[in-house]
Design a protein around this ligand. Structure first.
Ligand code: PEP
Ligand code: MG
Length: 902
């Protein structure tokens, strides 16, 4: 523990700044920043994430923390002129969680710390409002009981409902001081029975217990789930903010609200937010009472409104970005409780980035960092067809864009259950709370009847990129009977509904979808400068153009036919990085492969190959034409041969039945023999890739001939074919040398016969650990490497790529062994380090070795950054992911340039 002695665990708001998010969490760092900007922030201090880490690791707070908190509390008491819990005029504080990354509603907060049986009287006197004092006290016991002492929150809710029933009122604000006093007695009894202890009357004890509860809330199941979903590391810990209380529930001249410096859905400047009079902050986020638009505050309290507008401008200019804000007005005095760079929709991210460039606040390089590939991918989703006849049943708030269609479900459990069995569902709730998180993840979209743009549903859905319509007030959601009613229409559980998170419209039944304008733009069917181009398309165009200008990585496509190749080209592909030729042997051609496998004699084999040759050649001519002038990497046959043969069980049954009828067919018998011969326990580690080429005479030679003849034909037709021949699954240079010698001979033959110089290059995939480990040797026979990170991940981890994701990966993810599947994002430490060393060894042998990647990782944003960093020449991915790869390659280049010059 001694090393923690010197460490500073507590920072006054005046001591921090926005760059200290690792230490003070986002909320703490920004409260400090606002304090230092001279904005009205209630005084307070922040306990660091380091203190939380010590607590979580050892089960106890660092030894120095108690005294340090004490010293800061003393200072705060001096500033405020009153002591925590002081009987005649208590200082009250809030204890709030705040991690580096925002985790809305996931962790705990306790307000009104410092109230006790004695100090509640003092508060009543000081505020001249007995009702307020007792309401604050009952809120403290309720929140403290639930979050700190682990009492079931329903018990308090039930008691509150009973109090309202007894009084024959419907809202809490109608309960009077005397009722609330009784309720406090009731609440204290609940605490005593359920927690086995009295509600603590000592203010410092309340505070310390609340701090521990906030630390503990880092590791609740829902917080862990959220982090996994958002890829937030599990070891960051949370900071704890202790802030003097200000009250929005002191009457009509008080209130609380949330605001954005511009519209988080469209990016447009304007007044966006919600305000709730006579309420505390939690009331707004929970969506319990309906808020009024922020603009209405101008009529309610013009002075505070004007001040808020000015502060919003200060913050946006200071942060150079959209900020979201929580504020409270206490008897006409405005207080800032929080600000942060606000979450936004994907479309708004692109728009805001270019708007800020136009305003001169940021440059293009910064604009590129303000968007990402995941957002771009989201913008490429289809939207509802506006011309379709659809039965609109309601309109709510467009909280998170997208078009979602699915069966109506009314609770999180059903959402999860149905989606696991493959159904698409829309989760419909009156309002959501953190317990709904799993259901929200499982659903296609979320629909609520209450709450504004800043309600839990809206904030969480936006964060997840999930379609959400909230506050559709016409809907009567009956979760008990599992149905909703709206103007006479009844939607039962299981009925299909469609929700449009871009317009807020809700439809009964399935509405057809149309492609997104961003895809129309990439397809070349909409032009960024044209009249019909919307602002979003223009923003995407500008940012993509900048990314293309700065990126070093080239982007190619994995495509096997001319149609995909042409689309890839329209999307900006600079060649084909992987043409999987096995796809050319399926369908009607499967039989020809069957004949090749069954061939007993050279003659039969040659015949089979000769029927395949012209078909292969035709495929390649089309492909080279589509990609004229750009490189096309053609991979020779890779999969285990049995994939072209009938299923072993089916065929065995067929033959057995035929034999029992005594009419077994000769071909079936031969086929069964071959199937048995080729059957492997581990086919992915068996006769495939280069091994096929070495074992089946003439197979690779036929493919090479088809490539060479196709290239020659294109050349003679004045085309510019740039074929590259790629050998899969090589483990040692000897394999490659044999295949290469054979291929060179075939190419020379074709060149001589056609009078061409084809300039074909021959390279290999690096997709086995041995290949990566001996890359220096392999480079002697290879003109290029393409990392097959799918197989490399499979073989480095010993994970069967076809099985593990469906079997035990969920358990691995839950246990935090990895945050994301290594088949999705490159495992930098393992697979990645092999890639890195193979790059170095390969280049040491052959300095002009061309290097690329064609595994799925080639289109994954995080992996693209890694491939940029290790110095590959290109990434190759499926056509639809090309824009994402282009954007991320640009971001990676801009980022490394930025860090070079720093
Ligand atoms: C790979 O292994 O990464 C690869 C691209 O090849 P395939 O997925 O076809 O095995
Ligand atoms: Mg492979």
């Amino acid at each position: 523990m001694s090393e923690h002695k010197e460490q500073k665990f507590v920072y006054d708001f005046t001591e921090g700044n926005r760059d200290l998010k690792d230490l003070l969490g986002g909320k703490g760092a920004n409260l400090a920043e606002m304090t230092n900007l001279g904005l009205p922030v209630p005084p307070g201090f922040t306990i660091t994430t380091e203190a939380c880490k010590v607590y979580l690791a050892s089960g106890d707070e660092p030894a120095a923390l108690r005294d340090e908190v004490g010293a800061h509390l003393d200072a705060l008491e001096k500033t405020m002129g009153k002591k925590l819990g002081q009987a005649d005029d208590p200082l009250l504080v809030s204890v709030r969680s705040g991690a580096k990354f925002s985790m809305p509603g996931m962790m705990d907060t306790v307000l009104n710390i410092g109230l006790s049986d004695k100090s509640v009287q003092g508060l009543a006197k000081q505020s001249n409002n007995e009702r307020f004092a007792w309401d604050s006290y009952r809120r403290l016991i309720q929140m403290f009981g639930k979050t700190v002492l682990g009492v079931d929150g329903e018990l308090f809710e039930d008691a509150l409902d009973k109090a309202k029933e007894a009084k024959k009122v419907t809202v809490d604000t109608d309960l009077e001081a005397a009722d609330l006093k009784k309720l406090v007695t009731r609440f204290k009894k609940i605490v005593k029975t359920e927690a086995g202890r009295d509600f603590p009357q000592d203010a410092r004890e309340q505070m310390d217990l609340a701090i521990h509860a906030v630390f503990d809330s880092w590791n609740t199941d829902r917080a862990k789930l959220y982090r996994r979903q958002e890829r937030i590391p599990g070891d960051l810990g949370t900071a704890v903010n202790i802030c003097s209380m200000v009250f929005g529930n002191l009457g009509p001249d008080s209130g609380t609200g949330v605001a954005f410096t511009r519209d988080p859905a469209s990016g447009h400047a304007g007044v966006y937010g919600d305000y709730l009079q006579d309420a505390q902050g939690e009331d707004v986020v929970a969506g319990i009472r309906n808020t009024v638009p922020l603009a209405d505050l101008e009529n309610i309290d013009k002075k505070s409104y004007d001040q808020l507008m000015q502060i919003m401008e200060t913050l946006e200019t200071h942060y150079k970005d959209l900020c979201d804000i929580e504020f409270t007005i206490e008897r006409g005095q405005l207080w800032m409780l929080q600000t942060r760079v606000g979450k936004r929709t994907a479309a708004a991210a692109f728009r805001i980035a270019t708007q800020l460039v136009d305003q001169g606040l940021i440059d293009e390089a910064e604009a590129l960092q303000r968007v990402n590939g995941a957002q771009l991918a989201q913008l490429m989703f289809p939207r509802f067809d506006e011309d379709a006849k659809a039965e609109k049943i309601a309109r709510g708030i467009a909280a998170s864009p997208g078009a979602a269609v699915g069966k109506a479900v009314f609770d999180s459990y059903t959402a999860i259950k149905w989606s696991r069995s493959g159904e698409k569902v829309i989760l419909i709730r009156r309002e959501t709370n953190p317990d709904d998180l799993e259901g929200m993840i499982a659903a296609e979209g979320i629909l609520t009847s209450r709450g504004g743009k800043t309600s839990h549903a809206a904030v969480v859905a936006r964060g997840m990129g999930k379609t959400c319509v909230c506050g559709a007030e016409e809907l009567e959601v009956d979760t008990k009977r599992r149905r909703l009613t709206v103007n006479g229409t009844v939607i039962e559980e299981g009925d299909v509904v469609s929700i449009d998170g871009s317009t807020g419209k809700v439809y009964a039944g399935e509405v057809p979808v149309v492609p997104s304008p961003v895809v129309e733009y990439f397809e070349g069917r909409m032009h960024a400068g044209a009249d019909d181009a919307d602002e979003l398309v223009a923003a995407v165009h500008r940012i993509m153009a900048y990314a293309d200008r700065v990126r070093r990585l080239r982007v190619r496509a994995n495509a096997d036919n001319a149609e995909d190749a042409l689309r890839a080209r329209r999307f900006g592909a600079q060649g084909i990085g992987l043409c999987r030729t096995e796809h050319m042997f399926l369908g009607e051609r499967r039989e020809m492969v069957e004949r090749l496998i069954l061939a007993d004699t050279d003659e039969e084999r040659e015949q089979a190959l000769n029927t395949l040759l012209p078909l292969q050649k035709k495929d390649f001519i089309e492909l080279f034409e589509a990609m004229d002038g750009l490189p096309v990497t053609v991979r020779l046959l890779d999969p285990p041969l049995h994939e072209f043969l009938p299923d072993i069980t089916e065929l065995s049954v067929r033959v057995a039945l035929a034999e029992s009828r005594k009419d077994a067919n000769e071909n079936d018998l031969r086929l069964l023999q071959a199937v048995h011969k080729l059957h492997e326990q581990n086919p992915m580690l068996g006769l495939r890739g280069v091994r096929l080429g070495l074992v089946i005479p003439g197979l690779f030679a036929m493919q090479v001939r088809a490539i060479a003849e196709a290239a020659a034909e294109r050349k003679n037709a004045k085309g510019d074919p740039r074929a590259e021949i790629m050998i899969p699954l090589v483990g040692t240079v000897q394999e490659l040398e044999i295949v290469k010698d054979e291929a060179d001979a075939v190419i020379a033959e074709v060149e001589a016969a056609t009078g061409t110089n084809l300039k074909l290059t021959i390279g290999t995939m690096i997709e086995l650990p041995r290949a990566a480990l001996t890359a220096g040797q392999i480079a002697e026979a290879a003109q290029f490497f393409s990392f097959g990170t799918n197989d490399l991940t499979q073989t480095v981890w010993g994970f069967s790529r076809d099985d593990v994701e469906a079997s035990f990966f969920t358990a691995y993810l839950e246990k935090g062994i990895f945050g994301v599947s290594p088949f999705e994002t490159i495992d930098k430490d393992g697979v990645g380090s092999l890639v890195r060393s193979a790059v170095e060894a390969g280049r040491a042998t052959r300095p002009d070795l061309k290097l690329g990647v064609c595994g799925e990782h080639g289109g994954d944003p995080e992996s693209v950054h890694f491939f940029h960093e290790v110095g590959l020449d290109y990434v190759s991915c499926s056509p639809f992911r090309i824009p994402v790869a282009r954007l991320e390659a640009g971001r990676a280049a801009a980022e490394s340039k930025g860090s070079d010059s720093r």
